[in-house]
Design a protein around this ligand. Sequence first.
Ligand code: TMP
Length: 213
Amino acid sequence: MSFFITFEGIEGSGKTTQIRRTAAFLRERGHDVLLTREPGGCPISDAIRRILLDPANSALVPRAELLLYAAARAQHVEEVIAPALHRGMTVLCDRFTDATLAYQGFGRGLDIALIEKLNAVAAGAFAPQLTVLLDMPAEDGLERARRRNLDPALQIEGRFESEALAFHRRVRQGYLEIAATLKRFRILDARGSEDEVFHRIVSALAPFLGEQS
Ligand code: TMP
């Protein structure tokens, strides 16, 4: 049976590390896992990602940004997510429709109803059954993201990380507001050690896996 799980959180919340660990954990339990991310996940959407995250593109206007995220998602859903779910895979996606509500809606101030319509166009009938929100104060997340960017071995994708603290606070608040209205969300504290956070995720997954938490 297919299972669609998304991970969300502000910059530096540890999502990418934790989603990789979760994929390994589920594979060990026999799940056929597809690990993917947005924006990206297939060549056309990866090309759109490069436009979106290139710090040289500071002139990108919010509505164009919104439409590019929607375009990247439409391609990704049709080319990657839908076929994997139809094959019965467990799909783990690093960000999805909620990121557009949080960043372009709450962060940029674009109309929420418009974003919901575009999300519906881009994602069609595909909605996650579970969304893990790794929550932490914006200050802590940005501090972690900036430290990561100082490491030359790690990729620097700076356009959002250079946004003001107030922007990231709005994004975090947005995520919390969205999460409060939807049953599929699990809000987890993203502070603490990598192992501590991972154990919180495993506990949140347990009911879905038919195991004790
Ligand atoms: P990542 O750092 O998690 O890979 O995400 C890339 C950036 O794109 C991150 O700053 C959040 C942003 N983003 C949006 O603004 N809207 C969206 O719909 C998505 C999927 C990501």
